[in-house]
Design a protein around this ligand. Structure first.
Ligand SMILES: *Cc1c(COP(=O)(O)O)cnc(C)c1O
Length: 425
């Protein structure tokens, strides 16, 4: 099977390679890249993959989404090993049991270089950029212009640090990260501003995160500037980020099976509750489920910035004017970029009657309504389809604090939750 990528807004069956999807980030029509087909798993994967390491699982899963002709087996293995060698845990993403509740486990995604879950994807994305650019430049003669990427991104903390640690010292990649002065945590500010590699540029902007985001958008929308500097995206609109995250859903499943009693193994329900902002983390869970991982429930957990929760209750996707600052700033968003990918599948299977091109055109209309009117409504059957895959919940700041406190008191090892994680309880 050959793997190619299409745009969520495309009005033709045209596809691009994995490399182009990763390097360009966003499709020309403004849509996001999705695989033309979601690959299915080998029928014996539950036994065959049951004792694989994180890296071996990553290889098997990534292999299904990247053609051998684009990255041969040996190279893909090197990329994966290199990406996860920077993690402090040998399991990369260990599953730990919290004894405050008999059925509660926590998938620890914070063992990467910057402690943000985004390391899981951005360590890999950095190596992938380097791999593709090295290959493009391999035959260039002295003095001939080289292929390069200029990454420009805005951050409220987590994305910036993780991107910098993923891309530092990568040849032919320059990085410009904008953060709002005084509005990121002191630790994250130090992480970003103490990296001295020549290709890393951290800019402190007097303003809010939205001001930073607006500046980045201006850069992306300036076609001339963009073609001169080859602006690349490292936020989760980049397909490679979603792809790299699929692995830990599988890894969580197999770690869980190994921890369960024989009796529980025979009958258990698997529910993932995911703290969500741009819908990248949970989208990887959706792909895992579509591939055939037996996930019974996927729950989108949001803070007060709950556009996803409102949508799943009403079918109305409406942007609010202002983001509300909360204790979980990495989830403070007013629209969720990756939700577009999920919606494409829901629309395709309902109002578009299975037709990919109709789905692209309907989604395209919705997205232009969102930018002109700030709102769109999906058909009732599309909402129903979305509700059959996703549950949702909204947690307030006081509830977040209460959860951190209670978990600390009720767990025998006094487990301290991060405020984003605490949104899922
Ligand atoms: C980025 C981030 C999130 C939100 O993840 P999405 O993929 O944008 O939904 C949640 N928690 C933490 C700690 C993060 O860094």
């Amino acid at each position: 099977m050959s793997t190619s990528y299409r745009s969520t807004r495309s009005s033709s069956e045209q596809t691009v390679s994995f490399e182009d999807a990763v390097i360009t980030g966003l499709a020309k029509d403004g849509g996001l890249f999705i695989p033309s087909d979601i690959p299915t798993l080998p029928s014996d994967f539950t036994s065959k993959w049951s004792n694989l390491s994180f890296e071996e699982l990553a290889f098997n899963i990534l292999r299904l989404y990247i053609d051998n002709s684009e990255i041969p087996d040996a190279d893909l293995k090197v990329l994966i090993t290199k990406s996860y060698s920077t993690f402090r845990s040998k399991d990369v993403t260990p599953l730990v049991k919290l004894d405050s509740d008999p059925n509660l486990y926590l998938l620890e995604l914070f063992h990467g270089p910057t402690y943000a879950f985004k390391d899981v994807a951005l360590q890999f994305v950095g190596n992938l950029f380097e791999y593709f650019l090295t290959r493009k430049n391999a035959d260039k003669k002295e003095g001939e212009p080289r292929d390069f990427i200029t990454v420009v991104g805005a951050t409220s903390g987590d994305t910036g640090s993780a991107a910098i640690y993923g891309l530092r010292n990568k040849k032919d990649v320059s990085v410009f990260i904008l953060y709002p002065t005084g509005r990121v945590s002191p630790l994250q500010e130090q992480q970003m501003t103490t990296v001295l590699d020549e290709n890393i540029h951290t800019l402190s902007v007097k303003g809010t995160f939205d001001d930073c985001q607006d500046l980045v958008k201006q850069v992306f929308n300036d076609k001339e500037f963009n073609s001169q500097y080859h602006i690349g995206a490292i936020n989760s609109i980049n397909w490679a980020r979603i792809l790299a995250q699929i692995t830990y859903y599988f890894h969580a499943y197999f770690q869980l099976i190994r921890q369960l009693s024989e009796a529980d193994k025979k009958a258990f329900k698997l529910k993932f509750v995911v703290p969500s902002g741009n819908f990248g983390d949970i989208l990887a869970g959706f792909y895992a489920k579509q591939m055939g991982l037996p996930i019974d429930e996927l729950v989108v957990a949001t803070n007060d910035n709950n556009i996803l929760n409102r949508f799943l209750n009403t079918g109305k996707y409406d942007k609010v004017a202002e983001v509300k600052p909360t204790y979980s700033p990495a989830m403070d968003i007013n629209v969720s970029s990756n939700f577009e990918r999920f919606l494409w599948y829901m629309i395709k299977n309902t109002s578009a009657g299975g037709d990919s091109l109709k789905a692209g055109s309907q989604l395209s209309t919705f997205m232009s309504d969102l930018s002109s009117k700030g709102v769109f409504n999906v058909a009732p059957e599309t909402l129903k389809a979305a509700q059959s895959v996703l549950d949702s919940a909204t947690i307030t700041d006081p509830e977040t604090v209460k959860t951190i406190k209670e978990t600390y008191q009720k767990t025998s090892n006094n487990y301290i939750l991060d405020p984003h994680t605490a949104v899922v309880f």
